[in-house]
Design a protein around this ligand. Structure first.
Ligand code: SF4
Length: 345
């Protein structure tokens, strides 16, 4: 453990701006607790289709406790228990699970389910649905699967020119929940130039957590010589936070899974470091980054609060029912494991 160095006369005053909200959102919290409770209730192994949330640390920790992550439903043994991840699945995945007599627990975030329902509704009304999102992302695959014949993926502003629709008077746009707010507005603007009658979604598809984390970064970016975003590379909302920081004035920005990934040279000549984390990141990882910085003279930590969050979702019905029957708590409480130590502030 190194001691905190005293600043020299010519050295800039070192400080950290710590974004709030950051880290776990309500959907991630629910998904992680669902797997923890399933392990407790049914005992290991519990199968999880895809990464329950896009965070290396969470996945590794749950694996050690008996969760088995698989890419496809067919990899789950017949009759076993499988949890569907927070990103959501297409209806065909439910059919595959049924064919294998799997016990399913659907941890799809309710805010992703909301977008699925919108897709089904507009497809039933025979709209062409322009789904703004990243090609290959699990959430986009799940949403598209609700109405494949009606949905066209629009992967950012540069994709708009390629879009074709059957009837320009009957078009609606929807979006992935974890996109950049600004880039999505630009994509919508360009789409509307081509399809002036295009309808908006009934309510924001980019979720509150994505919006709030981007808002906090926007408020502090211009004051930051360096922005460190804690999150995994496959976490869409974490990657967006680095982009938003750079677009709004941070001189440099990096995504790290753990404090150990911070390159000491990033701190050369840096006075103010911004720190935030994606919606799938437990607070213990942010603590690690703050400790790392504190040991290098960045002990002055100032919060930048852009919004207050209090949303909590209840656990999926399937597991609540079984928990109740077993006389166990069906509340959204953690079992003391550090995986679930999410903190919004
Ligand atoms: S980022 Fe938003 S949509 Fe995704 S799990 Fe969290 S609350 Fe749900």
């Amino acid at each position: 453990m190194r001691s905190t160095p005293e600043p020299t006369e010519n050295e800039p005053v070192k400080r950290v701006l710590l974004a709030a909200p950051r880290g776990y959102c309500a959907g991630v919290d629910r998904a992680v607790v669902t797997v923890e409770k399933a392990l407790e209730l049914y005992g290991p192994p519990v199968y999880v289709r895809k990464q329950i949330v896009h965070n290396k640390h969470v996945v590794t920790t749950l694996e050690k406790r008996g969760a088995i992550f698989v890419d496809e439903t067919e990899q789950v043994p017949e009759g076993a228990t499988v949890v569907f991840s927070a990103h959501g699945v297409a209806p065909v995945v439910h059919e595959e699970a049924q064919a294998l007599s799997l016990k399913t627990i659907d941890a799809t975030c309710p805010l992703v389910t909301k977008v699925h329902r919108e897709a089904v509704r507009f497809a039933n009304e025979d709209y062409d649905i322009l789904l703004i999102g990243h090609e290959g992302h699990e959430e986009v695959i799940g949403t598209s699967g609700e109405a494949p014949e009606h949905i066209t993926l629009v992967d950012g502003p540069e994709d708009v020119a390629n879009v074709t629709v059957r009837d320009p008077e009957k078009v609606v746009w929807l979006s992935q929940t974890t996109l950049s707010v600004d880039e999505t507005l630009e994509t919508v603007r360009l789409l509307r130039e081509r399809f002036p009658a295009m309808q908006d979604p009934p309510s924001d598809d980019i979720c509150y957590a994505t919006q709030n984390r981007q808002l906090a970064v926007k408020q502090m970016a211009a004051d930051c010589d360096l922005m460190i975003v804690v999150g995994s590379r496959n976490s869409s909302n974490s990657v967006r936070l680095v982009e938003v920081a750079l677009e709004h004035g941070a001189r440099a920005g990096h995504l790290v899974d753990y404090a150990e990934e911070i390159d000491e040279s990033w701190l050369d000549g840096v006075a103010t470091v911004g720190v935030t984390s994606g919606a799938s990141v437990p607070e213990v990882l942010v603590r690690g980054v703050l400790d790392f910085l504190g040991e290098r003279g960045y002990a002055d930590v100032r919060p930048v609060v852009a919004a207050e969050e209090s949303l909590v979702f209840s656990l999926p019905n399937e597991i609540r029912r079984d928990l109740k029957a077993a006389g166990m708590s069906d509340k959204m409480t953690h079992d003391g494991s550090f995986v679930a130590s999410g903190s919004l502030h």
